[in-house]
Design a protein around this ligand. Structure first.
Ligand SMILES: [Zn+2]
Length: 287
C-alpha cells in the first residue's frame, strides 16, 4: 500500500490539488452566483418598491382629485341653495312659496310682478269641450277640460276669450289700453307687462261661446254656473266686487284663476275675500 502510494504520489498530489481547486472553484462560483442573485433580488425589490410608490402616488392623487371634486360639488350646491333662497329685491323672504311662478300658489299682483318678468310657463293649447282654442299651463289642462265638460253637461257651454298671454303680448295689450284710457285708467283694469296673472298660464277669461264676453258675461247662466261650481275644478274668481282694494283690480266676473282643486276648495270654504288676504300677501296699487 505504502509502495503503491509512493509510486503514485504525484498522481495523488495532482488529484488532491484538482479536488481542492475544483472545490474552491465551486465555492467561488456559488458565491458569485449568490451575489448575482442577491443583486437581482435587490434590483427587483427596488423595482417593486418603485412600482408600489407609483401605485400609491396614483391612488393618492385619485383620492385627492375625488375629494377636491366632492368639495367643489358641495360648494356649488351650497351656492345654488343660497341663490335660490335669496329673494329678489322686491320679494319679501316670508311666503316665498307664493312668488315662484312654477307653483300653483303663486300670487301675481301690482305689488308682486312675475320673477323673472318674462317668465314663460310650460304650455298646452286645448279646446273647451271642443270649442275654441285655449292656451294654458300644462298643470291646468286636465281640470280645465273637466270644467268645460261639466259646463256642457249643465247646459251652459263655455269658451275662453283669453288665457295665457306672453310678456310681449301684455306689453302690447297694456299700451293699447293706455292709448284708450290713459295710464291711470288702464291701470285699473289692465296689468302692466310682468304683472299679469295671465302670464302665469293659470288664468282664463271665460265667455259664452260666440256670445257674451268680458263685462257682458256678468249675469249669464254660464257666469252664474261658474261662480257656483268653478272651485270644484280648482278655479276661483280672482277679482270680485268686494276685493278691489286688495287685488288692485275692478271686478271681473269672467276672470278665473286656477289653484288646484284642494286649494280652491279650501279657499272657497274659508269665504276669504281675496288670495292676498287668504295668504297674507300685500296687494293694492302699484308702488
Ligand atoms: Zn283675465
Amino acid at each position: 500500500m505504502y509502495r503503491f502510494v509512493a509510486r503514485h504520489k504525484l498522481t495523488f498530489g495532482v488529484t488532491l490539488l484538482a479536488c481542492l481547486s475544483s472545490g474552491f472553484f465551486v465555492l467561488v462560483v456559488s458565491r458569485v452566483e449568490q451575489g448575482r442573485a442577491n443583486a437581482l433580488n435587490n434590483k427587483q425589490d427596488a423595482a417593486f418598491a418603485k412600482l408600489d410608490e407609483a401605485v400609491r402616488t396614483r391612488l393618492a392623487r385619485q383620492k385627492a382629485t375625488l375629494a377636491a371634486e366632492a368639495k367643489e360639488r358641495k360648494t356649488a350646491e351650497a351656492m345654488q341653495n343660497k341663490q335660490s333662497s335669496l329673494p329678489s329685491a322686491r320679494v319679501p323672504s316670508v311666503n316665498s312659496a307664493h312668488y315662484d311662478p312654477h307653483r300653483l300658489d303663486i300670487v301675481v299682483n301690482k305689488k308682486h310682478p312675475l320673477n323673472p318678468r318674462d317668465f314663460v310657463p310650460s304650455l298646452s293649447t286645448v279646446t273647451c269641450a271642443g270649442r275654441g282654442s285655449t292656451t294654458i299651463s300644462t298643470q291646468v289642462v286636465a281640470d280645465f277640460q273637466a270644467l268645460c265638460q261639466a259646463a256642457v253637461e249643465a247646459a251652459v257651454p263655455l269658451d275662453s276669450s283669453s288665457s295665457y298671454r306672453s310678456y310681449q303680448t301684455q306689453v302690447n295689450t297694456y299700451n293699447y289700453w293706455v292709448s284708450v284710457s290713459g295710464k291711470s285708467g288702464a291701470d285699473t283694469y289692465s296689468a302692466r307687462a310682468g304683472y299679469s296673472e295671465h302670464q302665469t298660464g293659470l288664468a282664463v277669461d271665460f265667455r259664452v261661446p260666440s256670445g257674451a264676453t268680458l263685462s257682458d258675461f256678468t249675469g249669464t247662466p254660464q257666469q252664474k254656473w261658474l261662480a257656483k261650481n268653478a272651485w270644484r275644478y280648482g278655479f276661483i274668481q280672482r277679482y270680485t266686487n268686494s276685493n278691489q282694494r286688495e287685488t288692485g283690480y275692478t271686478a271681473e266676473s269672467w276672470h278665473y284663476r286656477y289653484l288646484g282643486r284642494e286649494t280652491a276648495e279650501a279657499y272657497t270654504a274659508s269665504h276669504t275675500n281675496s288670495l292676498e288676504s287668504y295668504w297674507g300677501i300685500s296687494g293694492g296699487d302699484y308702488e
